[in-house]
Design a binder for this molecule. Structure first.
Ligand SMILES: Nc1nc2c(ncn2[C@@H]2O[C@H](COP(=O)(O)OP(=O)(O)OP(=O)(O)O)[C@@H](O)[C@H]2O)c(=O)[nH]1
Ligand SMILES: [Mg+2]
Length: 701
């Protein structure tokens, strides 16, 4: 590969709702640019950027992938991102490497939930964008309708820069509204166009659209405005830089057209990217901190600055090991560079720096400021780290992700695979920022947490495919708790005085309920030394330990107060252990009278669906013990807010998909704990008893 300087680089992320054709379009653009020798297809498992086994199987993108096209003197780095809601954390993290976005919109479906979500990401990261109305060849595809929906949602800055020639099966060309030319595509999928005059039937529409575009370009630029008033139009040599600037300043969101599968619109799209989207240098400066959590500093994005690279993604390859994807933020990165990982304070040698074409990695000698590359086998560099010249540290901001919403217990199928599991898990965590593995402190089970059931299933599938490790996924764990609803009073006495050194501890406690979220309180109300001071903490410890093991079903008891008010001791036989056991016994006796009950986590859930599904969704929420709190229209969708017990949301991801044909999305976060209704609580308690929870305890005491 040639060496490219920053001004000739474009870092473009493809974002949008699932199935809008991002991955297909990247393959079409790469084929058109001659980077690959066949037109890869998602449906045949041959696309360039959905190369992972999991993606080929499922036919959608799971993680962000890189590709590049050398187009004239420009190198375009594509970042293909997932559009499926449960993988949006991948999309967001990859946007840190982009300087602009192609936001794909389905020419039949129009504005969808993730269209808005990814638009929001672009706003958040300040990305100029081009809106691509894709799949123009589909039955019922309509440019006009889609454009209208876009303008209604995102305003009048959304304005066509191209028009389609023909629609649906007849889509075969593009009108460039800047140069006022037509481009005709052949039907053999080459992606290359032949220049023609604008077809007569489109003349009027094209002229009108051209005038609207020219006016918009002039609008935010005094000099161009003046010229526009003088001449009533703008010459091409001012229009091109004018449009580029307006896109950069996000005064214009241009709309273009394509169809990746039949490969129509690719050449005009590649030209559009090269001509109008910003190079990484145009941002001028990158913002960072001078130390972790320190003061803001700026770094010019330029070759003459000290080298710094930001790692935005890590891929766990069972053979090549860890591969780090990075953006060169400043300076020139040379092969074999020795850099400092500022985040970890370690030295890293970047041997064999490369550029990435899907699953293929091609070596390069150097990468200039603004370019994107990869390197394998760094020692301890992870996603979000900054590396660079030892003398000039800077810390670029990491992406902040939500907490995982759901957990399952997993267990290796064959015993003895536990060690293997923990190694594999480590690798997977490096790759996926939202995945969590942990141990359940109560059940000691191994838990895996993610953004939804499918996210966790993909993780399990990766364990098998990449690490040859079979695990069973068990019913998700709900972190129930227990509490009390009434006051109680009891004595706990531990006495063993037969033969040898005896044991003696005796205490009287009162227990009272506390408000939700208050936790545990211990009050020492002993007067006159009924229990010596040094044994009082032992009583408290005994109670805390017993409470953590639960009373009804093995879940921790919370939100109660214990008042220790009396007791007795023995000069010789009393000990800490004896008082701990006495405390634990007193706690259990109190629990018998204190009307214990189960608590469950309640989630705040926000569901976004096309209007016509709203009724069904609300009905379904009622069936899940949900309480609808509000409903409001947003774009073409309806947003429903509700509070629902976590236990009822475990299968929601797949249920919502089937209820809405994949058009609905939801998010949820923890809200509070509430009492589990009696009949449900009985089942949970019975199941816990059947599983032997608390048995061991009884035998012991
Ligand atoms: N007719 C037609 N079908 C297309 C076109 N582009 C993509 N498709 C089909 O649409 C489906 C989705 O395409 P993808 O490229 O995987 O879509 P995506 O946007 O990458 O989807 P996610 O990765 O889930 O976000 C596949 O079945 C493609 O074959 C197109 O231009 N025309
Ligand atoms: Mg995709």
């Amino acid at each position: 590969m040639k060496i490219y300087e920053g001004q000739n680089i474009r870092n473009v992320a493809l974002v949008g709702h699932g199935d809008t054709g991002k991955t297909q379009l990247v393959s079409a653009l790469l084929f058109t640019a001659g980077m690959v020798n066949r037109l890869g297809k998602v449906d045949e498992g041959t696309s360039v950027t959905d190369y992972d086994e999991e993606e080929i199987q499922r036919k959608f993108s799971i993680s962000a992938a890189l590709a590049y096209a050398e187009w004239g003197k420009t190198k375009i780095n594509f970042i293909d991102t997932p559009g499926y809601n449960i993988f949006m954390h991948e999309t967001e993290a990859a946007l840190l490497a982009a300087d602009s976005a192609m936001l794909l919109v389905h020419a039949v479906a129009g504005v969808e939930v993730q269209t808005e979500k990814t638009w929001g990401f672009c706003d958040k990261y300040g990305l100029p964008r081009v809106l691509v109305v894709n799949q123009m060849d589909r039955d019922r595809a309509s440019f006009e309708r889609t454009l209208e929906a876009l303008r209604e949602r995102f305003g009048r800055a959304v304005i066509p820069a191209q028009l389609p020639i023909g629609e649906e099966r007849n889509f075969h060309g593009v009108v460039d509204l800047v140069g006022m030319k037509g481009f005709l595509y052949d039907s053999n999928g080459s992606g290359k166009a032949k220049e023609i005059a604008i077809p007569a039937e489109l003349n009027e529409a094209a002229t009108k659209a051209h005038e609207a575009l020219v006016e918009m370009i002039a609008e935010g630029n005094d000099k161009l405005m003046e010229e526009f008033f003088d001449k009533g139009t703008l010459p091409l040599e001012h229009l091109v830089p004018g449009l580029k600037q307006a896109i950069y300043e996000r005064r214009i969101y241009p709309v273009v057209v394509s169809a990746g599968l039949p490969n129509i619109g690719s050449e005009t799209l590649l030209n559009f990217i090269a001509d109008y989207l910003p190079s990484p240098l145009e941002r001028g400066e990158a913002e960072g901190l001078d130390s972790e959590g320190g003061k803001p500093v700026k770094r010019r994005i330029a070759d003459d600055q000290p080298v710094s690279v930001f790692v935005f993604k890590t891929v766990a390859d069972p053979f090549a090991g860890r591969v780090s994807y990075y953006k060169v933020m400043s300076g020139i990165l040379r092969n074999e560079a020795n850099l400092t990982n500022y985040s970890r304070g370690s030295a890293e040698r970047l041997s064999h720096i490369m550029v990435v074409q899907g699953k293929t990695q091609n070596p390069v000698g150097q990468l200039h400021a603004g370019d994107i590359g990869a390197v394998a086998k760094l020692k301890d560099t992870l996603t979000g780290d900054t590396l660079g010249d030892k003398a000039s540290p800077i810390f670029y901001p990491r992406v902040k992700l939500a907490e995982p919403a759901i957990s399952f217990a997993i267990e290796p199928k064959s015993r003895g695979d536990e060690d293997k599991l923990s190694t594999a898990v480590h690798r997977m965590l490096e790759e996926d920022l939202l995945l969590r593995f942990s141990r359940d402190p109560q059940t000691k089970e191994f838990l895996v947490s993610g953004s939804g059931q499918q996210h966790v299933e993909v993780a399990v599938s990766k364990l098998k495919r990449r690490f040859n490790l079979e695990v069973t996924l068990k019913a998700p764990k709900i972190p129930y708790r227990e509490t009390i609803r009434a006051k109680a009073e009891a004595q706990g006495k531990h006495k063993k005085q037969t033969g040898g050194h005896g044991q003696y501890g005796d205490c009287w406690i009162k227990m009272e309920p506390l408000p939700r979220g208050a936790g545990f309180e211990f009050v020492n109300d002993i007067f006159g030394g009924a229990i010596p001071k040094n044994f009082i903490p032992a009583v408290e410890k005994g109670i805390i330990e017993a409470a953590s093991k639960g009373y009804l079903a093995g879940y921790p008891v919370v939100d109660f107060r214990v008042i220790l008010f009396d007791g007795s001791y023995h000069e010789v036989d009393s000990s800490e252990i004896a008082f701990k056991l006495a405390g634990s016994k007193a706690f259990k006796k109190c629990m018998e009278q204190a009307k214990p009950c189960l608590l469950e986590p309640i989630m705040n859930v926000e569901i976004s669906v096309p209007e016509n599904y709203a009724g069904d969704i609300m009905g379904n929420l009622n069936g899940r013990r949900g309480r609808v709190q509000g409903m409001e229209p947003k774009g073409g969708s309806t947003v429903i807010k509700a509070q629902v017990p976590l236990a009822e949301m475990l299968t929601y991801a797949s249920d919502l998909t089937s209820m809405t044909q994949g058009r609905g999305t939801y998010s949820m976060e923890y809200s509070h704990y509430d009492i589990v209704p009696q009949p449900i609580a009985e089942k949970i308690i019975a199941a816990a008893k059947a599983a032997g929870v608390g048995k061991e305890e009884e035998e012991e005491s």
